[in-house]
Design a protein around this ligand. Structure first.
Ligand SMILES: [Cu+2]
Length: 152
């Protein structure tokens, strides 16, 4: 009995730092959500993800506190016109950074309410089972424009 208890205590000791480190495997920078114009229920979320692990990570699902649905999208320019398509996943090579940014990959948010608020929580799920929650700033047209030019 005593041995079992010690083992359990040791397990907890060893497991706890693992959970803390898990957050650091993918570093998410500058997450933001474009404020949906009044009367609309669709918008997009952007961020920069950096894969700090030695293997490829694949973003497979996203959910947002702000919308009833979230999906992974890619904007492409073909023959001068922009189209969006749904993608099943977004891969981040080991050691690489990948930007979800206007004109490229983004998280499409649908089913938003009129009052999105100032922040939204995005939950990212990866193929490896890793989950990361990030707090994104909701940016109005002025701030969104600043952020877009910043990344170009
Ligand atoms: Cu889209």
């Amino acid at each position: 009995m005593i041995a079992k208890k010690t083992l359990l205590a040791l397990l907890i000791l060893f497991l706890t730092p693992c959970f803390a480190r898990g957050e650091e495997k993918i570093s998410v920078k500058d997450p933001w959500v474009r404020q949906n114009p009044p009367g609309t229920s669709v918008t997009a979320a952007y961020m920069v993800m950096e894969n700090l692990t030695a293997s490829a990570e694949e973003l497979v699902r996203v959910s947002c506190s702000c919308s009833s649905e979230a999906s992974l999208h890619l904007t492409e320019t073909r023959d001068g016109s922009m189209t969006m398509k749904k993608v099943a996943s977004i891969e981040i090579p080991p050691g690489a950074s990948l930007a979800l940014a206007p004109g490229g990959y983004h998280v499409m948010l649908t089913g938003l309410s009129d009052d999105i608020g100032k922040t939204a929580v995005l939950e990212l799920q990866f193929r490896s089972g890793m989950r990361i929650s990030v707090k994104a700033s909701v940016l109005g047209p002025q701030d969104a424009k600043k952020r877009e030019s910043h990344h170009h």
